[in-house]
Write a protein that binds this ligand. Structure first.
Ligand code: APR
Ligand code: PHB
Length: 395
C-alpha cells in the first residue's frame, strides 16, 4: 500500500503518459512528486492507444533510462507510405531528414513508465476521487481528494494538471483568463485491432474517394487498422465484415490482395478534432498533455506533445529548485504552445489532405486536396516538409 505524503513539491493530477513521465523526469532532477490518478492502475495500463514515437521523444525516453523495451521491442520506421488514386508513395524519413520514428504501443510505454516510477519509489495514488485544488494563485497550493473513503490533503509548491481531456485541471484557470481554439471534423475514425500480420512493414496512410484509411501495427502478429466513418457512427454499425471490406476497397489493389483479415480483438470509434486551451499555466498550476491540447490522430502527435510538454516543465522546475530562477516557469506556457501549434498545424494538414469531407459539396476544396496530394507525389521539398514534421520538430 503506497503511503500518501502530507507534502510534496509537485502534486501531479493524472497518471497517464504526461503525468507519469513528468514524475520520473522530476525524480531525475531530484524533485519529489506524487501522482494522483482517478482510475485503477490496471485500467490505465489496459488502455489501447496509438503508438508512434517521434525521434526526439524516443531519445528523451532512452536518456531517462526508460527506453530499454522501446529499443528492444519497438519498430524503427525510416519511412511511411501514402496512397492516392491507386498509387503508393514512400516518404523516406531517413533520406529526407536523417531521422526516424519508433512504432511502440502506448500501452507498452505506460507499462515502462509505471515500472520506472515504482523503481524510483515515486508515490502513485490510484482510484482517487473528488480532486479539489486550492490556492494555485499562492506560493503554497494544496490538493484534496478522497481515497478509499478517507479525505486527504497534500500541501505542495506546484500542481501539474496532467488529467487529460476529461480532467478537472483546465477548468481551474478562471474563464476570463483562458481561451479555447477548436476545429471539429465531420467524421471519426473506426479502429480495429486484430491478431493478424500487418499488411505492410511501414504505416500506410490511404486517401480514397470512399474515405481515409490507415494501416498500422503493434507487432509482427498484431495489426491496427482505421477507416474514416461518419461522425455519429457507432462500433455496432461496423461488424468485422463491413470493416474489412471497406478497408480493402480503400487500398491499392496490390496491397488489398495481401491484406490478412481476421476476427477483431478490439474495436473503437474515436472522434477527430483539434483543440488548444491557452494559457497552459495559471499561478502555480501548470497543464501538460491532453489537459491542454487535443490533436487529430492523423499526425500521431498526441503522445509526443505530452512528452515535449513535460520535458519543458521538468526543466523549468529543475531550474527553479536549483537556481531559484522562475524564467523557465514564466516561459513554459509560451514555449510549449509554440510547439503545440506546429503539431496542431501538421495534424490539421494531414487530416484535410487525406480525408473526404462528406456533404461539404465544396468541389474547390476537393480540387485543392488533389493538388496537395499530387504536389506531395511530385515534389521532394513537399515530402521533406512532411517528413520533418512527422519525425518530430526539435524540442
Ligand atoms: N483526477 C485524477 N486523474 C484524472 C482525473 C481526475 N479528475 N481525470 C482524469 N484523470 C486521469 C485519467 O484517468 C488518465 O489516466 O488522467 C490521466 C490522463 O491521461 P491521458 O488521457 O492519457 O492524457 P495524457 O497523459 O496527457 O497523454 C496524452 O495519451 O490519450 C493519449 O492520445 C493521447 O497520446 C495522447 C496522450
Ligand atoms: C496507431 O498505431 O494506432 C496509429 C498510428 C499512426 C497514427 C494514428 C494511430 O497516425
Amino acid at each position: 500500500m503506497t503511503t500518501i505524503p502530507k507534502r510534496s513539491r509537485v502534486a501531479i493530477i493524472g497518471g497517464g503518459p504526461a503525468g507519469s513521465l513528468l514524475a520520473f523526469l522530476l525524480h531525475l532532477e531530484g524533485i519529489d512528486s506524487v501522482i494522483l490518478e482517478l482510475r485503477s492502475r490496471a485500467h490505465v495500463l489496459g488502455r489501447v492507444r496509438a503508438g508512434v514515437i517521434e525521434h526526439g521523444s524516443a531519445e528523451i525516453l532512452k536518456q531517462a533510462g526508460l527506453g530499454h523495451r522501446l529499443e528492444a521491442e519497438g519498430f524503427v520506421h525510416d519511412g511511411v507510405q501514402v496512397t492516392f488514386a491507386g498509387d503508393m508513395l514512400r516518404i523516406d524519413f531517413k533520406g529526407l531528414t536523417g531521422r526516424h520514428v519508433v512504432v511502440y504501443g502506448q500501452t507498452e510505454l505506460q507499462k515502462d513508465l509505471y515500472e520506472g516510477i515504482d523503481a524510483a519509489g515515486i508515490p502513485l495514488i490510484d482510484e482517487v476521487e473528488g480532486i479539489r485544488v486550492d490556492h494555485v494563485e499562492s506560493a503554497s497550493p494544496s490538493v484534496s481528494f478522497t481515497h478509499h473513503g478517507e479525505t486527504r490533503t497534500i500541501e505542495c509548491d506546484f500542481v501539474a494538471g496532467c488529467d487529460g481531456v476529461h480532467g478537472v485541471s483546465r477548468d481551474l484557470i478562471p474563464t476570463g483568463m483562458r481561451r479555447s481554439y477548436e476545429r471539429t471534423y465531420p467524421f471519426c475514425w473506426v479502429g480495429l485491432l486484430s491478431e493478424t500480420p500487418p499488411v505492410s512493414d511501414e504505416l500506410i496512410y490511404a486517401s480514397h474517394d470512399r474515405g481515409f484509411a490507415l494501416c498500422s501495427m503493434r507487432n509482427e502478429h498484431r495489426s491496427r487498422y482505421y477507416v474514416q466513418g461518419p461522425a455519429d457512427t457507432t462500433v455496432a454499425e461496423w461488424p468485422d465484415e463491413r470493416f474489412w471490406s471497406e478497408l480493402t476497397a480503400r487500398l491499392p489493389a496490390g496491397t488489398a490482395r495481401s491484406l490478412v483479415t481476421g476476427p477483431s480483438i478490439e474495436k473503437i470509434v474515436t472522434p477527430v478534432r483539434s483543440w488548444v486551451g491557452e494559457p497552459m499555466r495559471h499561478g502555480r498550476l501548470f497543464l501538460a498533455g491532453d489537459a491542454a491540447h487535443i490533436v487529430p490522430p492523423t499526425g500521431a502527435k498526441g503522445l509526443n506533445l505530452a512528452v515535449s510538454d513535460v520535458v519543458y516543465l521538468s526543466r523549468a522546475l529543475g531550474d527553479f529548485y536549483s537556481t531559484g530562477s522562475t524564467s523557465g516557469l514564466d516561459a513554459y506556457s509560451g514555449t510549449a504552445l509554440a510547439r503545440v501549434w506546429k503539431a496542431v498545424r501538421f495534424s490539421w494538414w494531414m487530416t484535410t489532405m487525406l480525408h473526404t469531407f462528406p456533404g461539404s459539396g465544396d468541389d474547390f476544396e476537393r480540387r485543392l486536396q488533389i493538388a496537395e496530394l499530387e504536389y506531395l507525389f511530385e515534389s521532394e521539398s513537399a515530402r521533406r516538409v512532411m517528413a520533418e514534421n512527422y519525425v518530430g520538430l526539435p524540442l
